[in-house]
Design a protein around this ligand. Structure first.
Ligand code: TTP
Ligand code: MG
Length: 394
């Protein structure tokens, strides 16, 4: 049998499963990881037992408590989840070198170069599941498909502990997708789904029966092209390893399209800080910064600029991100905003030190910034990214 060579895996109830792993008395119980129920704050994730009561990620902990009063609330231990994430990646790296990590608990793999050793994509998926279970004690769901869109969709279809194989023939792919709701199409959120449903389009099969020109007036040209291709399972994005891409980025999709420039700036800054932290964690600096934004119509723009010196400092990155954003004339509500860096090199920026007077010395300022950045990073590692917010930039 012919299988696809793109895999996507996603750990099951990741934070909650690790809490159960470290405290087996929680097994089989409704575990809720996040803020305590008597405080403001949200649920990070919940065990599948707690999800039966309707508890979900990002829900206020108070609401979760109302839905599931017998829930066992445990605080987030980011550092521990990072350790397990590294262990999972080490297993994956022993299977194939082409890995694109998407988040702490998921990644894409292109296994086309690893077939001789392992046979086919399904054999590699099984080996991954077996080793994650045996060596770490957790379950992971995997999708095997001919491309990224289908692999990601597949990994989510039979959670937890799933293994879903998507066919490779175009007709079979279309048949596989047809019964699924349009919300399964990557990028179709509540707003677009509601818009399409007004026109009687509820399943991916309904999209398949439309022509591109039928979809354009409903959701706009860019979005129409996007969903028309994905409804047929067409997606040619490559799996890009961190090494190849030599870029680090972070982006955020707003729950509702956003027109508030201050909110957009704030979210952009948070993305910058996230990127800065990853740069510094990897001991890297960058020479190019870019922003990305997407309108409600799905039209997407990126703007980049070269930095004067290689840097990993939040201050430099935020300065360039805001300068790039401020140069834009935003004409529509924003659906997504993101920040990224490229042209990476090893090590923090080091330059000769020609300044006699400390106060005038931008490199000294740089050292001070670096100390501040690393203090902020260690607080965030311990307490999560929301733990410290900086005051105003500039
Ligand atoms: P997910 O993979 O989205 O969720 P999950 O692993 O808990 O459950 P599933 O079996 O459905 O994959 O996210 C991975 C981890 O990221 C999750 O365990 C906790 C964290 N997270 C948050 O902190 N807040 C959020 O809103 C989401 C979605 C995830
Ligand atoms: Mg997960």
């Amino acid at each position: 049998m012919n299988y696809g060579t793109i895999l996507h895996f996603d750990m099951d109830a990741f934070f909650a499963s690790i809490e159960v792993l470290d405290n087996p008395s929680l097994k089989g119980k409704p575990v809720i990881v996040g803020s305590p129920p008597d405080q403001r704050g949200v649920v990070s994730t919940a065990s599948y037992e707690a999800r039966k009561f309707g508890v979900r990620s990002a829900m206020p902990s108070r609401t979760a408590f109302k839905l599931c009063p017998q829930g066992i609330f445990v605080p987030v231990r980011m550092e521990r989840y990072g350790e397990i994430s590294d262990q999972v990646l080490a297993i994956v790296e022993s299977l194939t070198p082409v890995i694109e990590q998407v988040s702490v608990d998921e990644a894409f793999l292109d296994v086309s170069g690893a077939l001789r050793r392992w046979g086919d994509g399904v054999a590699i998926a099984k080996e991954l599941k077996r080793r994650v279970s045996k060596e770490i004690g957790l379950t992971v769901s995997v999708g095997v498909a001919p491309n990224k869109f289908l692999a990601k969709l597949a990994s989510d279809l039979q959670k937890p502990d799933g293994l879903t194989v998507v066919p490779v023939e175009p007709d079979a792919i279309a048949k596989f997708l047809a019964p699924l709701p349009i919300s399964r199409i990557w990028g179709v959120g509540k707003v677009s789904a509601a818009q399409l449903e007004k026109f009687g389009i509820q399943t991916i099969g309904d999209v398949q029966r439309k022509r591109l020109t039928d979809l354009e007036p409903i959701v706009g040209r860019a979005m129409a092209e996007h969903i028309h291709a994905l409804a047929l399972g067409q997606d040619d994005r490559p799996v890009v390893t961190d090494y190849e891409a030599k870029s680090i980025s972070s982006e955020h999709t707003f729950l509702e399209d956003c027109e508030d420039l201050l909110a957009i700036r704030q979210v952009l800054i948070e993305n910058v800080e996230h990127v800065g932290m990853r740069l510094r964690k990897g001991g890297l600096s960058c020479r190019v910064a870019h922003i990305k934004y997407r309108y409600d119509t799905f039209q997407t723009f990126t703007r980049q600029r070269a930095l004067k010196v290689a840097t990993s400092s939040d201050r430099d990155l935020v300065d360039s991100a805001l300068a790039l954003l401020d140069a834009q004339k935003l004409e529509r509500p924003i659906r997504l905003v993101g920040f990224g860096v490229s042209d990476l090199s090893e090590g923090p920026a080091k330059e000769p030190d020609p300044f006699l007077f400390e106060e005038l010395n931008p490199h000294k300022r740089r050292e001070k910034d670096q100390r501040l950045d690393s203090a902020v990073d260690s607080i965030r590692e311990k307490f999560g990214t929301g733990a410290v917010k900086r005051g105003k930039w500039k």
